[in-house]
Design a protein around this ligand. Structure first.
Ligand SMILES: [Ca+2]
Ligand SMILES: [Ca+2]
Length: 305
C-alpha cells in the first residue's frame, strides 16, 4: 500500500472513494457557508497586503476566505485562526490563516473551492501562475489524501464526473507529500479517479508545522503548449511541457475546457484518524513571464527570483 492511493485509484479499486464527490453542481449552488467577516474588514495586519493586480490574493487578514466557498462533508471543519503566540495558530503572513480539520468516520472532506472568479476558473491554453503556503499541523496516517486540487470539469455534473486533475498535491499512505499530474493524457472515457501520476515525492514523511511554500506555472492544454512547473520553498521540483488534461469525462463526453482550484483536506473515506492543515497566502494570476510572474505570486517566505 506504499504505492497505495493513486495506484488504487487508477486501478479502480479505490476509485469509488473519489467518485461520489467533487464539485457536484448542487453543491456549487447550495449556498455554502461563507464567512464575510464584515465586522473585521477594516483590520489589516498583513505586512505584504493583498495585491489587487492578482486575480486572487487571499491572506485571510480580514477574517474572511472570500472569494472561496466551502465544500465540507460530515464533521470536517474550516476555521480562520488568529496568531496568539501558540504554535498551533501561527500564520504564514500577518495574523491570520485558515485551518482545516478532518477527524472521525464521516469527516472526509474540508476544502475551499472557487470556480467563478478570474483565476478560480483556469481556461485551457491560458497561462496561470499561482502560489500558496501550507503547513501540516497534525497527520495521522491515511490511505490517501489530497491537499490541493486543480479539478477537471466534466461536460455536466448531474450524471457525469470529471477526468483526472491536471495537478494534485497529495499525501501518500506513508505520510509523504507528493505531486500528482496528468503526464500522459487519456483519450478514453474517464474512470472517475481524481489523482494523476505521482511524479514527485518528498524524501521523508511530512515534518509537522514546517511551511511548504509552493509556486506553480500552469497552462492547462490538450496540445503541445501545455506547461506545468512547480517550485517548493523556492526550489524547482518538477517541469513538464505538453498536454496535461484528459479528453473525456466519465460519460465519454468532452470535458469542459477549464479547471478550478480546491484546497484543504480530502481523504480516504475509510480512515477515521485526524488531520490538520493550515493554509495562508493563496495567490493566483493569469499572467506570463519568469521571474516576474513567480515573484508576483510567491508566498511570503519565498525569496524573489
Ligand atoms: Ca493580473
Ligand atoms: Ca495571513
Amino acid at each position: 500500500m506504499v504505492l497505495g492511493a493513486f495506484a488504487l485509484v487508477g486501478a479502480g479499486c479505490g476509485a469509488e472513494d473519489l467518485q461520489g464527490e467533487d464539485l457536484q453542481e448542487d453543491e456549487l449552488l447550495a449556498g455554502d457557508e461563507d464567512v464575510t467577516g464584515e465586522a473585521e474588514q477594516a483590520v489589516v495586519y498583513n505586512p505584504w497586503p493583498a495585491n489587487s493586480a492578482l486575480d486572487i490574493d487571499t491572506n485571510f487578514e480580514n477574517g474572511s476566505w472570500s472569494p472561496w466557498s466551502t465544500h465540507i462533508d460530515g464533521a470536517g471543519k474550516i476555521t480562520i485562526i488568529t496568531d496568539d503566540g501558540a504554535t498551533t495558530n501561527l500564520p504564514n503572513s500577518g495574523k491570520k490563516a485558515v485551518k482545516f480539520t478532518t477527524t472521525g468516520a464521516d469527516a472526509y472532506r474540508a476544502e475551499l473551492k472557487e470556480s467563478s472568479s478570474p483565476g478560480g476558473r483556469m481556461d485551457y491554453d491560458k497561462e496561470y501562475w499561482f502560489g500558496f503556503a501550507f503547513r501540516v499541523e497534525k497527520w495521522e496516517q491515511v490511505d490517501w489524501a489530497m491537499l490541493w486540487q486543480l479539478h477537471a470539469v466534466p461536460s455536466e455534473w448531474t450524471t457525469c464526473k470529471s477526468g483526472r486533475n491536471p495537478i494534485t498535491l497529495t499525501m501518500t499512505s506513508d505520510s509523504k507529500l507528493a505531486l500528482n499530474v496528468v503526464d500522459v493524457p487519456k483519450t478514453t472515457t474517464a474512470s472517475g479517479g481524481a489523482g494523476g501520476t505521482r511524479v514527485w515525492t518528498e524524501a521523508s514523511p511530512i515534518t509537522l508545522n514546517a511551511w511548504k511554500r509552493w509556486v506553480f506555472r500552469f497552462k492547462p492544454s490538450a496540445g503541445s503548449g501545455g506547461v506545468i512547473e512547480a517550485w517548493l520553498n523556492g526550489a524547482k521540483v518538477y517541469t513538464q511541457n505538453g498536454p496535461n488534461v484528459d479528453a473525456l469525462d466519465t460519460c465519454g463526453k468532452a470535458q469542459q475546457k477549464w479547471v478550478s482550484p480546491k484546497l484543504g483536506l480530502y481523504k480516504s473515506y475509510s480512515n477515521t484518524s485526524t488531520q490538520v492543515v493550515v493554509y495562508d497566502d493563496i495567490r493566483i494570476d493569469q499572467t506570463t513571464g519568469y521571474p516576474s510572474a513567480f515573484n508576483s505570486v510567491r508566498p511570503p517566505g519565498v525569496a524573489a527570483k
